[in-house]
Design a protein around this ligand. Structure first.
Ligand SMILES: Nc1ncnc2c1ncn2[C@@H]1O[C@H](COP(=O)(O)OP(=O)(O)OP(=O)(O)O)[C@@H](O)[C@H]1O
Ligand SMILES: [Mg+2]
Length: 401
């Protein structure tokens, strides 16, 4: 038993193993069919943005993919990279692209799962991007670290098109940049330039047929662009991630039960479903806690459930605080979302119209608020315009405030 806990993946980190990734199938299929589009994927903290980008990445790398255009995916975390300006962003795009290609070339032919595992573990040979750019006679300051290196547009264009050409021998006919943590850009004073530049790339006749863009991030990503009237937003397909469906939740539970050889009683299953509300992160954490208890051979009495829930609430206090966002520091809920959520706590469910009546907000305001509650993963859309309250864990935390 102990070894099963030891082998348990860290369910606080984004999923990188196809075996443990569940759901989001329709979205992945749609993105896979049109990998050269511009997309913005929005979602609250821990709803599964990075995991979905990883899944998109391995689905595009799959040598057996049944696509007319097979596009090479480059995943870049902008929160980690923190580009200093647009010229530096251009360098980072090209550098990570060349490094990813170098890593992919080193991957042995095997099952997709093995290939992806090997791909993310490979280390690109040092300074691969520098030597590539030097071969093209592109001049830039090579003594500086990555975050000081800059490319002008003409050099970016040259490097991009040369890479498109190189990729043909690897059977890829385009490049898709997956920019995770893209809300980082909204806090930069050069953000406007970045949006116009990315938009410009999708108008450039030389680049356009070979470039896909997928930006993922929090609500700021959309709201900032709306406020400044970003042209990128006008051409992007914008999607919110939401909690998993009931079926996907069962799939995760079943996958974890199988992996850790645990039997769950009906009562335990009901606890897991209700308290997680199919929020993927909360579901994984609740499963961890319950499995740990089950390993000790203890079943739930009402008092042990009470202790478990209390512990989970303490454990997730910071997370929930950032969702509730009373101090306006995290860009999650605002007054509008808090108001609508409180109506949910009273009535459990409703429609845009009923929430508009109960909150005195306009239907448009309610719709935008519901999108954010869905994207945070605390409510469900249940069809025919109805919405229902989700995770009880978060609801209980709100009651404690
Ligand atoms: N599709 C999925 N299948 C299984 N587990 C998932 C899935 N999506 C998310 N999870 C669980 O939720 C956790 C958070 O996912 P992830 O890190 O991808 O979210 P995120 O939205 O990128 O978070 P952050 O806001 O911190 O960047 C993962 O560690 C995993 O346990
Ligand atoms: Mg993430």
């Amino acid at each position: 038993m102990a070894s099963q806990i030891e082998n348990r993946p860290n369910y606080r980190l984004p999923i990188t193993d196809p075996l443990y990734f569940v759901g989001r199938r329709e979205l992945l299929k749609e993105m896979q069919q049109k990998p050269l589009d511009v997309r913005i994927l929005l979602g609250g903290r821990r709803i599964g943005k990075t995991s979905t980008l990883n899944a998109f990445q391995w689905s595009l790398l799959d040598p057996n993919i049944d696509n007319i255009v097979r596009v090479f995916p480059v995943l870049i975390d902008l929160q980690v990279e923190q580009p200093k300006d647009l010229e530096n962003l251009r360098y980072i795009l090209i550098a990570r692209l060349r490094e990813s290609i170098d890593r992919w070339k080193q991957v042995p032919l095997a099952s997709l799962r093995e290939m992806y595992r090997s791909f993310i573990r490979q280390i690109a040979s040092g300074e691969i991007a520098v030597s590539f750019l030097q071969q093209l006679n592109i001049k830039f300051n090579i003594t500086n670290p990555d975050n000081e290196r800059r490319l002008i547009h003409d050099d970016f264009l040259l490097a991009f098109l040369k890479t498109v050409n190189d990729l043909e021998s690897l059977k890829f006919n385009g490049i898709c940049f997956l920019l995770d943590g893209a809300e980082f850009l909204t806090s930069q004073d050069w953000a406007n330039n970045a949006w116009s530049y990315l938009r410009g790339l999708k108008s450039d006749t030389a680049i356009k047929p070979f470039l896909g863009l997928l930006l993922s991030g929090y609500r700021e990503l959309k709201e900032y662009q709306q406020a400044v009237g970003s042209q990128l937003l006008n051409i992007a397909d914008i999607k919110w991630l939401s909690p998993l469906t009931a079926l996907e939740m069962e799939e995760i539970i079943e996958c974890r039960v199988r992996k850790e050889s645990i039997e769950l009683s009906k009562k335990n299953l009901a606890v897991i479903r209700a308290w997680s509300g199919a929020h993927p992160y909360l579901l994984q954490q609740i499963l961890n806690s319950i499995f740990d208890i089950c390993q000790e051979g203890v079943d739930f009495s009402s008092s042990s459930l009470k202790v478990l829930i209390e512990n989970l609430i303490y454990e997730h206090d910071n997370e929930f605080k950032s969702w509730w966002n009373e101090d306006k520091s995290s860009g999650s809920f605002g007054d509008r979302e808090r108001l609508i959520y409180q109506v949910f706590m009273q009535h459990r469910q409703g429609t845009i119209r009923s929430f508009a009546q109960q909150t005195k907000l306009s239907p448009i305001d309610v719709k935008n608020g519901l999108d954010i509650l869905l994207g945070t993963g605390v409510i469900h859309k249940v069809g025919q315009g109805r919405y229902e309250i989700g995770t009880r864990l978060f609801e209980e935390w709100v009651k404690w405030q």
